[in-house]
Ligand binder design. Structure first.
Ligand code: CU
Length: 69
């Protein structure tokens, strides 16, 4: 099991969190997604490491931008 953290820009409320969670949860192999609009921190738990590009693309799909923390 592996965890990766990202810093997301632009989230302001629970709806933003839900959008990001929804897109990132769709990624193959993702087991748990924790996201906080207050801190901007996104934590992705998966069985095996997921390429940053895939997570960043999912965040982009939700309408936000992120960098690996
Ligand atoms: Cu929002």
């Amino acid at each position: 099991m592996t965890q990766a953290q990202y810093q997301v820009t632009g989230m302001t409320c629970g709806h933003c969190e839900a959008s990001v969670r929804s897109e990132v949860t769709k990624i193959d192999g993702v087991q748990e997604v924790q996201v906080s609009a207050a801190s901007g921190v996104l934590t992705v738990t998966s069985a095996t490491e997921i390429a940053d590009e895939i997570v960043l693309a999912a965040v982009d799909e939700a309408g936000y931008s992120a960098v690996r923390a």
